[in-house]
Design a binder for this molecule. Structure first.
Ligand code: HEC
Length: 118
C-alpha cells in the first residue's frame, strides 16, 4: 500500500515537472516577447543602402567597416533580420534607438539587407 502511494507521488512529481517544462516560458521565448515584431516588407536593396548611408555610416563606417560601432560587413553571420530589426529599433549599449527616426518598414528593409551580408 505504501509503495503504491510512493510511486503515485513520484509519478505525479514527474508529470508536474514535465508540465512545468512545457508551460514555463524558456529564455528564448522571454527574449522573443521583448523584441518587436518585424513587419514583412518587399526587399529593396537600393533603398536600404540609402537609409544606411543617411543614418548608420557615421558610426559604422562608410563601407560598414566599423568605427564607433562594430563592422557590419558580415552582419548576417552574427544576427538574422529579426534580431537586427530589434537592435536597430530598440538600440543597444552605445547604439541609439531608431524607433522615432525611421519607419518600421525602413528598419525592416535595412535589417533584411544587412542580414544578407555574410
Ligand atoms: C551613434 C552611433 C551609431 C549609429 C548612428 C548607428 N549605430 Fe549601430 N551600433 C553602434 C554601436 C556603438 C554598436 C555596438 C552596441 C553594443 O555594444 O551593444 C552598434 C551595434 C549595431 C548592430 C549590432 C552589431 C553586432 O553584430 O553586434 C547593428 C546590427 C547595428 N548597430 C546596425 C545599425 C544600423 C542599421 C544603423 C542605422 C540605421 C546604425 N546601427 C546606426 C553605434 C551606432
Amino acid at each position: 500500500m505504501q509503495k503504491w502511494i510512493m510511486s503515485g507521488l513520484f509519478f505525479a512529481a514527474c508529470a508536474f515537472a514535465v508540465i512545468l517544462m512545457f508551460t514555463l516560458p524558456g529564455r528564448e521565448q522571454v527574449a522573443e516577447q521583448n523584441s518587436p515584431t518585424m513587419p514583412t516588407v518587399e526587399a529593396n536593396p537600393a533603398k536600404a543602402e540609402q537609409t544606411v548611408k543617411a543614418n548608420c555610416i557615421s558610426c559604422h563606417g562608410d563601407q560598414l567597416q566599423g568605427g564607433v560601432g562594430p563592422s557590419l560587413q558580415q552582419e548576417g553571420n552574427n544576427h538574422n533580420a529579426e534580431q537586427i530589426y530589434s537592435i536597430v529599433t530598440k538600440g543597444r549599449g552605445q547604439m541609439p534607438s531608431f524607433k522615432d527616426k525611421l519607419a518600421p518598414d525602413e528598419i525592416a528593409n535595412v535589417a533584411m539587407w544587412l542580414s544578407e551580408k555574410k
